[in-house]
Design a protein around this ligand. Structure first.
Ligand code: AHG
Ligand code: MN
Ligand code: MN
Ligand code: MN
Length: 336
């Protein structure tokens, strides 16, 4: 059997090769990976671990919280607060930032996460995940505030997600390509199973919640109409549709075989740019997708260039195979 490379070994070798993974960042990634392992175990237990169903509360965005949303959030906080590598954390499931308590040393990094992505799929045994993003606290002011988190996504030091599916997988970028690790349940370690992932530039597969079609803006409607027209339409080929409704699972498919994922603005809530969260979902996924040769836009602008105005900011998203994303961006520019 070929020699197996663990996450620890991968990170140490990356550090030796390029020197761009400081020790604190390595510790941070390993701790997040360990937390994801604990979440994977809870997910796998399902009803036997009493982790299914609703918690009976709502988060700051007005979504009903599932038990696993809260469990995953707590696991990530507990795992990360004591290590000395973080100044603070922010999460989809918390109203404000979580500053590392002063009984622990404070580090320079900020960790942001969607602890459990795909909540509507928990109870139906369909793939769900965890998404995370790492920023450096810029400036040397004492203390930490929400303002420190409002950095454009291009400043991320690392980003990743874990997908809890038939296999649990961890997908990671530290700005030097994308690596994939598979959880070996017997040994409990994350084993490198793919390196330098590339998303094909072209695709015949799209992912969008079609039930919202009547609410979309004209450029999105045009793009999908052209896909649906198939081989006799302007695109000259048949397209296939896939929609898991867990962003992690849809993005993971795109990373594996190409495709385009969209969650666009829609006219029901004209003042809300989109459904997905810029800091916990769009930025980390955009970083990963770009590092794999794909692209990510909010319509006409690159997601990683956007300057967030607030912690729970939402954004429209189109990401995946480069040529398709560029086509959508062009349709948006033509429409402006
Ligand atoms: P979350 O479970 O973290 O709130 O995110 C759910 C998101 C995302 O995973 C997915 O792409 C989308 O919501 C699904 O939306 P629909 O309900 O419109 O299918
Ligand atoms: Mn949610
Ligand atoms: Mn989510
Ligand atoms: Mn979530």
């Amino acid at each position: 059997m070929a020699r197996q490379i663990s996450l620890t070994q991968y990170l140490i070798e990356q550090q030796r090769k390029h020197g761009h993974i400081p020790q604190e960042l390595r510790l941070l990634i390993e701790i997040v990976a360990r937390a994801c392992k604990r979440i994977a175990i809870a997910v796998n237990k399902g009803a036997l671990g009493d982790v299914l169903g609703s918690a009976g509360s709502e988060n700051v965005q007005g979504e009903v919280q599932k038990k696993l949303d809260i469990i995953a959030n707590e696991v990530l906080i507990e795992a990360n607060e004591w290590g000395g590598h973080l100044a603070a954390m922010a999460s989809e499931e918390m109203d404000g930032i979580y500053v590392v308590p002063n009984r622990y040393p404070q580090g320079e990094y900020l960790l942001l996460f969607d602890p459990l992505d795909g909540s509507s799929n928990i109870d139906v045994n369909v793939s769900i995940g965890t998404i995370f993003s790492v920023l450096r606290k810029v400036g040397h002011s004492r203390g930490v505030s929400e303002e420190d988190f409002l950095q454009p996504g291009k400043q991320q030091a690392a980003a990743g997600y874990c997908v809890y599916g038939p296999q649990s997988m961890l997908v990671l970028t530290v700005g030097d390509g994308v690596a994939v690790f598979t959880l070996d349940r017997e040994t409990g370690s994350w084993v490198l199973t793919q390196e330098q992932v590339r998303i094909p530039e072209d695709t015949k597969e799209f992912a969008i919640n079609m039930s919202n079609m009547r609410h979309w803006a004209p450029p999105v409607k045009r793009y999908i109409d052209e896909c649906l027209a198939g081989s006799t339409g302007p695109r000259g080929r048949d397209f296939n549709m896939r929609w898991v409704a867990s962003m992690v699972a849809d993005v993971h498919r795109i990373l594996t075989r190409g495709g385009i994922f969209m969650y666009p603005w829609d006219q029901r809530e004209p003042d809300k740019p989109g459904k997905l969260r810029l800091l916990y979902e769009a930025n980390p996924m955009a970083f990963i997708v770009e590092q794999a040769g794909g692209a990510a836009v909010n319509g006409s602008e690159r997601i990683l260039d956007l300057k967030p105005g607030k912690l729970h900011e939402r954004v429209a998203v189109a990401l995946g195979s480069r040529n398709e994303v560029e086509r959508i961006a062009a349709y948006h520019r033509q429409d402006a």
